[in-house]
Design a protein around this ligand. Structure first.
Ligand code: HEC
Length: 219
């Protein structure tokens, strides 16, 4: 009897340990199968924290947006806040940036980065984002747009227009004027009307650096 009892006790302990190991392994997600769902965490080391992600909706705020707009009277650290109305855009936005090879290179670099997704490399619209279903912007090289003042282009970039958002937070004022000059290049078949041919350096690396240096020194 006594030996029977001992045997039973021994196997119970082995069994319990086995069952315990199985459950610990199972619940921690480490055995039997792989899974995309996160493992059960007994102590969750702050891996999971409630938070809102930029651009996502949020029912917490009345306007339903997770991202907060800047407070009224917020001003950018560099440059000035743009508050010219569309009516004044042609007369108040004066392009004082000279047309140089560096400026055109910088304009090209910024245009290719910021604008081609929609306006395409040639400015005619039908960029990649448009091909995926975004509204087709009007051509920037059509005669009507050729007749726009520099100030009008600067205005659209600074204030946005309908579904095109403002680029004032992504392009400094100097960069915006550089882009305006580059749009004139596109409208003029590859050269700026005020400059002789082959003024645009197509080496992106060099132009980006030259442009950045120029923009930095001018700020
Ligand atoms: C996400 C797509 C998108 C990007 C990126 C974008 N735009 Fe636009 N843009 C549009 C759309 C769409 C319109 C037409 C808006 C409307 O309905 O008035 C437009 C309109 C314009 C117009 C006015 C054209 C006209 O004849 O009325 C100008 C100028 C312009 N964009 C310049 C730019 C420049 C310069 C950049 C880069 C700094 C840029 N856009 C980046 C989508 C875009």
């Amino acid at each position: 009897m006594a030996s029977n009892k001992r045997k039973f006790g021994f196997w119970s302990v082995v069994g319990l340990i086995a069952i315990s190991l199985f459950w610990v392994g199972l619940l921690s997600g480490n055995i039997l199968w792989t899974s995309d769902t996160p493992p059960l965490q007994i102590i969750d080391d702050m891996d999971n924290q409630p938070k809102v992600k930029g651009q996502s909706p949020s029912s917490f705020f009345a306007d339903g947006k997770a991202t907060r707009d800047p407070l009224e009277y917020t001003v950018p650290r560099n440059g000035t806040k743009y508050n010219v109305s569309l009516d004044d855009a042609n007369t108040k936005n004066i392009n004082t940036v000279p047309v140089t090879a560096e400026v055109l290179a910088r304009g090209k670099n910024r245009f290719e980065t910021m604008c081609t997704p929609c306006h395409n490399h040639d400015g005619k619209g039908n960029g990649l984002v448009v091909q995926k279903g975004f509204a087709n912007p009007p051509s920037l090289v059509r005669p009507e747009a050729v007749a726009y003042t520099d100030g009008k282009f600067f205005h659209v970039m600074s204030a946005g227009q309908n579904i095109m958002s403002s680029y004032a937070d992504k392009l400094s004022e100097l960069d915006r004027w550089c882009v305006v000059h580059y749009i004139r290049v596109l409208q003029n078949g590859g050269t700026h009307p005020k400059m002789s041919a082959k003024s645009i350096n197509t080496d992106n690396q060099t132009t980006a650096q030259a442009g950045t240096a120029k923009a930095a020194s001018a700020q």
